[in-house]
Design a protein around this ligand. Structure first.
Ligand code: GLN
Length: 458
């Protein structure tokens, strides 16, 4: 813990951490030592990890990357944080992220960007950009992230690490600052599928009293499952024999940069060597995922973020004429530009007269996208493709063009809208030696299968 805290401080220029408190972390490490001394042997006992600043923590401040929550401290820990602590993990600190998890490059954080350790002029991805930067730069062996539309998978891809977004509801959302509640899901980001499996086993599980959308299924021992064959045909030399991997034609079109496609194809060739069969499939509504998501997510955000009114908690303007003026000034000062854009979009699509034309249509499209996956899964066991259409871009490259950033979410949004588990596995390198991730998407509850497929490849 001490070594990693030193390393975090020495690499502060990466902007990965928003909060460190060595006294708190070292006290937790000593408590873990005491558990070790008393004979406890569990895989995460004493392992230092860090949390995306979207999870509330009682021992560290929580900002969600927003000025609105500057100096905010929660009276309780998020369920995911509490579960990892119960498993013995030590908290190193809180990690930078896009404000309220809205973004794809960590450049929407009110506390400055996080940098990509592979090339500090580039983004580490977003919104879990502090998590990806910290793990890739070895400032933490693993971190938590959240994924609403790709925020675990895309930063993992941009920094060459492994990340999994479980099935919607696998991990409790209690204490995760809400962005779009029907999409938000927590997951681990680490160096390998094995490490992700160890974290996920501790993070997952029902929490029905606090999050009624959490799944009423016990967490599995994902690490133990890594050793199990994925199909009855598996052999020692071909551990993936019998596994059918679907390649959606829509993920391999002209919209994807050639260097990314080359790295993905090379990874798929390795999968074939491991015994997997590649099958061509189609997810015909892929393109519609962008408009549907950028209606549904802002709609839910506009509702979720109404709690930040300057009264209950968060920033309050100093001078105001009356209550309405206080709301207006507090929210104008506390929220950044992208967050305000999403609140306006969301309020618009939910307003009387527009609801049917936008929100309802988007929900219908969402259902069709989920159905496309179910017909695809009659032809294959899991689906593979790129995570993002390019490698990490230069910081600022998409800052003035939000739509350009939205379009880059094309390959992660379909699984998000469908609630399916997805992960990013390091596939190789693209332009300028930047990492490229391979996305694997599984059917509901198939986290073990995804982690297993990633593990055999790693
Ligand atoms: N880039 C997407 C957005 O800005 C996804 C973010 C996320 O998954 N939190 O909404």
């Amino acid at each position: 813990t001490q070594a990693l805290l030193d390393r975090a401080q020495a690499n502060a220029d990466l902007g990965a951490y928003l909060a460190l408190d060595p006294e708190v972390s070292l006290a937790q490490a000593r408590a873990a030592d005491a558990r070790l001394d008393s004979g406890e042997r569990t895989p995460l006992l004493g392992v230092p990890i860090a949390h995306k600043d979207l999870f509330v923590t009682k021992d560290f401040p929580t900002t969600a990357g927003s000025k609105m929550l500057e100096n905010y401290r929660s009276p309780f820990d998020a369920t995911v944080v509490a579960k990892l602590a119960a498993a013995g993990a030590v908290t190193l600190g809180k990690l930078n992220c896009d404000e309220f998890a809205m973004g794809s490059g960590n450049d929407n954080s009110a506390y400055g960007p996080a940098l990509n350790p592979w090339d500090k002029t580039r983004v580490p991805g977003g919104s879990s950009g502090g998590s990806s930067a910290a793990v890739a730069a070895r400032l933490a062996p693993a971190a938590t992230g959240t994924d609403t539309g790709g925020s675990i998978r895309q930063p993992a891809s941009f920094t060459g690490i492994t990340g999994i977004k479980p099935t919607y509801g696998r991990c409790s959302r209690y204490g995760m600052v809400a962005y779009a509640s029907s999409l938000d899901q927590a997951g681990p980001m680490a160096r390998s599928a094995r490490d992700c499996a160890l974290l996920l086993s501790a993070m997952a599980g029902p929490d029905l009293d606090r999050d009624s959308t959490s799944l009423d299924r016990p967490a599995e021992d994902y690490a133990a499952a890594l050793g199990l064959p994925l199909s009855p045909e598996a052999t020692a030399t071909q551990p993936l024999k019998g596994l059918r991997i679907g390649l959606p034609q829509e993920f391999f079109g002209a919209g994807c940069a050639p260097d990314v496609l080359a790295a993905v194809h090379a990874a798929l060739a390795e999968y074939e060597k491991l015994g997997a069969t590649l099958v061509d499939i189609s997810l015909p509504r892929t393109e519609l995922a962008i408009p549907a998501y950028y209606i549904i997510a802002p709609a839910e955000a506009s509702s979720n973020l109404s709690r930040f009114d300057g009264v209950k908690f968060g920033h309050r303007a100093e001078k105001y004429a009356d209550l309405t003026d206080m709301y207006k000034k507090s929210r104008s000062e506390g929220f950044g530009e992208e967050v305000q854009r999403r609140i306006l979009t969301g309020a618009y699509v939910l307003s009387h007269g527009y609801y049917d034309a936008y929100y309802l249509k988007a929900q219908q499209i969402r259902r069709l996208i989920a159905q496309d996956f179910q017909s695809a899964f009659t032809q294959c066991d899991l689906i593979a493709g790129p995570v993002a259409p390019s490698v990490a871009w230069k910081i600022g490259a998409k800052s003035d063009d939000p739509v350009a950033a939205y379009l880059a979410d094309i390959y992660t949004l379909p699984a998000s809208l469908s609630g399916l588990p997805g992960m990013s596995v390091p596939a190789g390198f693209g332009a300028d030696g930047m990492p490229v991730g391979l996305q694997l998407i599984g059917n509901y509850f198939q986290e073990s299968q995804l982690l297993g497929a990633a593990h055999h490849f790693q």
